[in-house]
Write a protein that binds this ligand. Structure first.
Ligand SMILES: Cc1ncc(COP(=O)(O)O)c(C=O)c1O
Length: 379
């Protein structure tokens, strides 16, 4: 077996990142909302067809903005899949929300829409579907249930930029959607995110909340003659240096997505028969979904084998990871009444899941090394 190291993730320059960062300095505007931030906004709005895109310092911060925009108050309930990153819900808990955890589907690992209705109470304010691995949730059902109960939908689309559900781009279904440009994502600025706004009634207030609760954006557009404190808010806008880096990545979206598609397909083809022979579940992509090629995961038969495989790969110089721990069994989740057995699919999947190395610089040689190592692993 080759002993070359294969990283789980590695940042890669794909185009004009460094040149654009230099230009941002030469433009003498490296704080927020400079030329490159505006270019990113226009690109996201045009490509996705959303009314407004606002870059943020992270997806977490975009989620926090959404919670403020929805006027989440103490005691409001917010429904989320149990199998997700902490900040999908922490952003709402910060505003006083009570989390309501719903189990996931065993095939796509997305929120189980058949369990959504039962989770809704008169106190429910919002549903936050997460398009896990960039594969769309069953949005027809989620939106119909939300409409029936008068709930807002905010998509956590951290994984799903350019993925589609029934031909429609992820991030365009909810009142708002939150993107991540963290270093592990398809497109990155190291840390970064965006709030996509589909419901125009949120746009003006979103600009205020992002600019420390001031009407600074309106001032710069000449719509008011001074800018002042008008609402609660924080500093959610990133430096134009980060936007410059991100814009160069977004410019290369076709190349990046094509290359990631290839990585995903090589893993799938190389592991399909091995997985079937060893009771290992590979990702499932429903026919009506186009995934974003964000990650490649496998579900091992149990926790012991998953841990053994991670260690075995590590010894071969290959860095694989697992995620997420069931939210309802975390210290915080237990504080909200979570107990073992509440979300059995999440509890099982969380023990079984392993993510293989996946980044924009992964070579076919790296992949061969990973696939060979996995296939040689003894059960
Ligand atoms: C589903 C999901 N939501 C939100 C986030 C938070 O993203 P960020 O690191 O940009 O705040 C992550 C992070 O990986 C995530 O996986």
């Amino acid at each position: 077996m080759s002993s070359l190291k294969v990283d789980f993730n590695r940042p890669v320059i794909v185009g004009n990142e460094l040149e654009y960062m230099r230009q941002a300095v030469e433009n003498a505007h490296i704080s927020g909302d400079g030329l490159f931030t505006k270019k990113c906004h226009a690109l996201l709005e045009n490509e996705l067809g959303v009314g407004k895109a606002l870059l943020t310092t992270s997806c977490t911060h975009a989620l926090e903005m959404a919670a403020i925009l929805l006027n989440i108050q103490r005691g409001d309930e917010v429904v989320i899949p149990d199998f997700t990153f902490v900040t999908t819900i922490n952003a709402f808990v910060l505003r006083g929300a009570t989390p309501v955890f719903v189990d996931i589907r065993p095939d796509t690992l997305n929120l189980d829409e058949s369990k959504l209705d039962a989770a809704i109470t008169p106190r429910t304010k919002a549903v936050i579907p997460v398009h896990y691995a960039g594969v769309g949730c069953e949005m027809d059902t989620v939106l119909a249930i939300a409409r029936e109960h008068g709930l807002k939908v905010v998509e956590d689309n951290a994984h799903g930029l350019f993925g589609k559900y029934k031909g429609k781009l992820l991030g365009t279904f909810g009142s708002m959607a939150c993107q991540s440009f963290h270093e592990t994502k398809n497109f990155t600025s190291g840390e970064g995110g965006a709030l996509l706004i589909n419901d125009p009634t949120f746009v003006e207030r979103a600009e205020i909340i992002r600019e420390k609760g001031t009407n600074r954006s309106r001032f710069f557009r000449g719509q008011v003659d001074k800018y002042t404190w008008v609402d609660i808010g924080s500093s959610y806008l990133p430096s134009d240096l980060l936007a410059a880096f991100l814009y160069a990545q977004l410019e290369q979206r076709a190349k990046i997505q094509q290359q990631r598609k290839q990585v995903w397909e090589i893993y799938y083809a190389g592991l399909k028969d091995w997985a079937a022979a060893h009771d290992v579940q590979l990702p499932y992509i429903p026919e009506h979904c186009e995934q974003s090629y964000h990650m490649f995961y496998m579900l091992l038969p149990n926790l012991e084998l998953r841990q053994k495989l991670i260690m075995y790969l590590r010894e071969a110089g290959i860095y694989s990871v697992f995620h997420y721990l069931p939210l309802h069994l975390s210290d915080m989740g237990k504080g909200y009444g979570g107990k073992t057995g509440d979300c059995p699919v999440t509890e099982r999947v969380s023990d079984q899941l392993i993510r293989l190395p996946f980044h924009n610089g992964l070579t076919s040689g790296d992949q061969e090394q990973v696939i060979d190592a996995v296939r040689e692993f003894e059960f």
